[in-house]
Design a protein. Structure first.
Length: 454
């Protein structure tokens, strides 16, 4: 494999950035208006981009259109929410019918029973409660772990994002020099506004390293209430669990009386019908969901064992939310889960994703790119590292950020909508066609050919 010419990368980046500016003039003007009313001109800090974000106007099936009128094939899909495709007619019909019958009561409806029954079938946990986001789901799971054990310390995985509540805003994207020893990592707050007391009560451990986890448990296991983790990391590209790793995590958490929480906000309803729990065959004490499970509407849920459900039922732990189980969201979720994302859909996701991954791999090999592919279900990515990643420390030291950014620019300029950054992956939808897949590969081929041309 030849060395990448960094001067060429810089020149290509400048040219692609100029092309990006030229084709997104209306987004630039929209950005200037937005700056007057929102920090960085966006509703969420995840949406920031240099020189400006692309403002979208509408979506249909696998396509989205920005305010400049540019059409893109959407491989971002709202961080994986829209695997049902944009403006899905089945979900739309269910929501429109519900609107005519009232959209909010702050009282239970039959829709919540139907959705909870389907989640029970898919994921195997017997009891479910609803929330309004992934953040609320993980927050409730942490409360439950602490309430059930009478302990205060929470463990999480280095480099994982579990929402924006104080307990989990720790060691999300810390710099390498701040991490500390593998078996005794330092807790690093994610930005300002996180009280020191919360940071001290949240400890991070590396992913895919059961021995490091065992070492931490040996030191503080009796203080730990819960371990919250993505069973496959989805926030720093895609990092699957090593064979046997999740089984060992389950053994260790059981041994120390620690509640195991699988954050399936990204993996649930995208990598199999029953998410990572079904795919890898390891059952946690709690599962947190949001995103794809609610058909594009702002909702989430938490699945739990009978033991944990009992302490919610008797009031030991409070689980509240005025909009929990909102009938509009439940209508969308029921349609998405029972009509659209049926079990056979996941076979299609797997086949389409495998074809896309294979195509990317052929391009990587043909051009000698320092990269590899990863994928599960509807999720996939090209990782700009010649070596596989197994944890966050690998991501920090092995991934080529310059190539990642340049590839994003090529894709956007070739009509493939993705999120900027080193860490993101694609999510397929049921609407993606062979033509869409080929369009992605054509954009990647153009990037690979240009960046490796001598």
């Amino acid at each position: 494999m030849d060395e990448i010419d960094r001067k060429r990368v810089a020149a290509l980046s400048e040219a692609q950035q100029e092309q990006f500016r030229n084709r997104t003039g209306a987004s630039a003007a929209t950005y200037q208006r937005a700056l007057k009313v929102m920090p960085n001109g966006v509703p969420s800090s995840f949406q920031t981009n240099d020189p400006w974000p692309v403002y979208l106007e509408r979506g249909q099936g696998s396509r989205v259109w920005d305010v400049d009128g540019n059409e893109y094939v959407d491989f971002h899909n709202g961080f994986g929410v829209m695997c049902i495709g944009h403006a899905n007619p089945d979900v739309g019909a269910a929501v429109k019918a519900r609107i005519d019958e009232g959209t909010h009561f702050a009282a239970p409806t039959e829709g919540s029973i139907a959705v909870a029954t389907e989640l029970q079938r898919r994921f195997g946990l017997p009891q479910w409660r609803f929330t309004n986001s992934g953040t609320e789901s993980t927050m409730d799971a942490v409360h439950l772990a602490r309430g059930a054990t009478g302990r205060d310390v929470i463990l999480k995985i280095e480099g994982s994002y579990h929402g924006h509540h104080d307990t989990v805003m720790v060691s999300v994207y810390p710099p390498l020099e701040a991490l500390g020893a593998r078996d005794d990592p330092v807790s690093v707050p994610y930005g300002g506004g996180i009280p020191t007391a919360f940071t001290e009560l949240t400890r991070a451990v590396p992913f895919n390293d059961a021995e490091a986890l065992a070492s931490v448990f040996e030191k503080i296991g009796e203080q730990v209430a819960g371990l919250i983790m993505e069973p496959a990391m989805m926030n720093i590209n895609i990092i699957p669990p090593r064979p046997g790793y999740l089984d060992r995590v389950r053994e260790l958490t059981t041994q120390y009386g620690v509640k195991l929480i699988f954050d399936e906000v990204k993996t649930g309803c995208t990598i199999s019908s029953g998410g990572a729990t079904a795919r890898f065959g390891v059952v946690p004490d709690m599962i947190t969901l949001a995103k794809a499970s609610c058909g594009g509407y702002p909702g989430g849920s938490i699945g739990m064992s009978d033991e944990l459900a009992a302490i919610v039922a008797d009031g030991t732990v409070s689980q509240y939310g005025t909009f929990n189980g909102n009938p509009l969201v439940m209508a969308a979720a029921e349609a998405a889960l029972t009509t659209v994302l049926t079990d056979d859909v996941y076979e299609r996701f797997e086949a389409t994703n495998r074809s896309l991954l294979d195509g990317c791999r052929q391009i990587i090999d043909a051009h000698g790119l320092p990269a590899h592919t990863e994928g599960l279900g509807a999720k996939g990515c090209v990782v700009f590292s010649a070596e596989r990643l197994y944890e966050y420390r690998d991501y920090l030291t092995k991934v080529d950020a310059e190539l990642s950014r340049l590839a994003w620019l090529y894709h956007m300029n070739h009509g493939i909508f993705m999120t900027p950054g080193t860490e993101e992956e694609w999510t397929l939808s049921i609407a993606h066609s062979d033509e869409d897949r080929q369009r992605y590969l054509d954009a990647f081929e153009a990037f690979a050919a240009d960046v490796t041309r001598s």
